[in-house]
Unconditional design. Sequence first.
Length: 260
Amino acid sequence: MLIKLTPYLLSLFLLSTPVWANKDDNNFTWPKHYKAAVSLSYDDGLYSQIHNAIPELDKHNLKASFYLTLASPAVDEYMEVWRAAANNGHELGNHTVYHPCRGSLPNRDWVNPLHDTDKNTVVEMVEQVTLANTMLKAIDGKKDRTFTIPCGDLLASDGNYVERVRPKFVAIKANNPDLPKKFDLLFTPENVTGKQLIDFVKKAEQQGGIANILFHGIGGDHLTVSTKAHAELLDYLANHKDTYWTDTYINIMQYVMENK
C-alpha cells in the first residue's frame, strides 16, 4: 500500500519532472524502438487480484508484477495460483511479511502496533524483508527480486531501513535515486477511469521513461480500481504493443541497469 497520488498532484509531479535528469540520459534507448515502458504492479497480495487482475492480464498476454505481503490470507489460500502466475511469466515481488507502516502519520489508525515502523528498528525491518525474500523463493524458486516499500515509508525507529535493504534488490519501485526521475514516475490509482490510466501512460511516453502504475484492489478490496477501468487500460496497451514495452518491473529494470 502506498499513499494515493491524486490526479492534481500527479499532474504537478509530471510537469515538474525534467525530460532528462542528466546529460548521459540522451544515450539511453528502449529496446525494439519502444517509446516508453509500462510496469503494471499490484500490491499486498489480494483476492481481487487473483479473481480479476490475473485473468485479465493473461487474456491480453501482458506480464505484471505482484508485490506480495506474505502474511496476506490470499497468499496462503491461493499459493498455487501465485506459483502458476510466476511460472506464466508474472513477477512475484517483495512487499515484506507484515506490511509495516508508520502508525504516527495521519489516518494510520489501522496500523498494527506490532508492525509499526515508528517502533520497529532498522535491524528488525531488514530481517523482515530478508525473510520475505526467502519465502518468495520458496514459492517461485527465483533469487533476483524487486521491492515495493509499504506505504512509501522509508524510516524505522532508528533510521532509514530502505537503504540497508537496497543491495538485496535489482530495483525498488519508484525509489531509485541514482537513476533519472523519468524511471520512477508513479501513479497509485483509486476510483479512476480508464482514460486517466491511459493518460498517465501517455505522459510517461512523452518523457521516454517508465509508467509505474501501482494497483491494489481490482473490482474489490481496498484502494479499488474498477474492472472496467482496468480492462480499458489493458486493451489500450495490448493495442499499442509496438509503442509500449509492458513487462514485469524486474525485466524492465534489469534492462535499465544494464543500459543506463
